[in-house]
Design a protein around this ligand. Structure first.
Ligand SMILES: [Zn+2]
Length: 225
């Protein structure tokens, strides 16, 4: 039996690519590659990746390709949508527990609690400073998290170079919360190993009404120009 399992494992390893390249057959083709897949579809080239909580299908290049079905673009959640209260609580925590005069970045993990069967969040900032913090990757919640969000000092509206380094090579959603004491704003992206792709917050959930999604505002501005 063990040998059979061994043979199967070898076959699996040799036939399943780490990175897939395929032509779309339908709107919701399953992801079969181990890391991610490039899909040529009727609406261009789409990057797709799957994990327990969600499947992401992100546009890399929009272009009409005649004769092919359009691929879904967005995040398909395999768990219930993350409730609005999680974002309310995180935004409130970021405001209340960060001093305006002595600001220190904080990091939040959002994960599916297997025991509670519901979405949970916790703080995980280590070595917290004015414009940097790193995730405490020894916490069990760290490996379970599918979303990692950190606060930025007022006016720092972009992910930093250090963020790019920390966040590449992983498959999870990353976000920043900026201006926590005055008209908070957020920006999100999905890390798909060596790709860091900006995404609108509407793919993830609903923000408190007082919080602005920078990616959404910028996309709207671009359409108007
Ligand atoms: Zn940052």
């Amino acid at each position: 039996m063990e040998q059979l399992f061994g043979l199967d494992a070898v076959q699996f390893a040799s036939s399943t690519p780490f990175i897939g390249h395929r032509v779309a057959k339908g709107r919701f083709d399953p992801v079969e590659a181990i890391l991610y897949e490039y899909v040529l579809a009727g609406n261009g080239v789409v990057l797709k990746a799957h994990r327990d909580e969600f499947t992401i299908s992100a546009p890399l290049a929009y272009r009409e390709i005649k004769g092919l079905p359009e691929a879904f673009v967005g995040i398909k959640w395999h768990k219930p949508r993350i409730p609005g209260r999680i974002w309310d609580e995180i935004c409130q925590h970021a405001t209340i527990h960060n001093s305006k005069d002595n600001f220190k970045e904080e990091l939040y993990l959002i994960y599916w609690g297997k025991v509670s069967d519901s979405w949970q969040w916790c703080t995980s900032g280590r070595d917290r400073k004015w414009a940097s913090t790193i995730a405490d990757d020894k916490m069990p919640e760290y490996s379970e998290a599918c979303i990692e969000v950190h606060t930025h000092p007022a006016g720092a509206y972009q992910f930093s170079k250090a963020d790019d380094g920390d966040e590449s090579g992983k498959f999870r959603i990353f976000g920043i919360i900026v201006d926590v004491h005055d008209k908070p704003k957020v920006r999100f992206r999905c890390g798909i190993y060596d790709h860091l792709i900006p995404i609108p917050f509407s793919w993830i959930g609903q923000l408190p009404s007082t919080v602005v999604d920078l990616n959404e505002v910028e996309a709207l501005l671009q359409m108007m120009l």
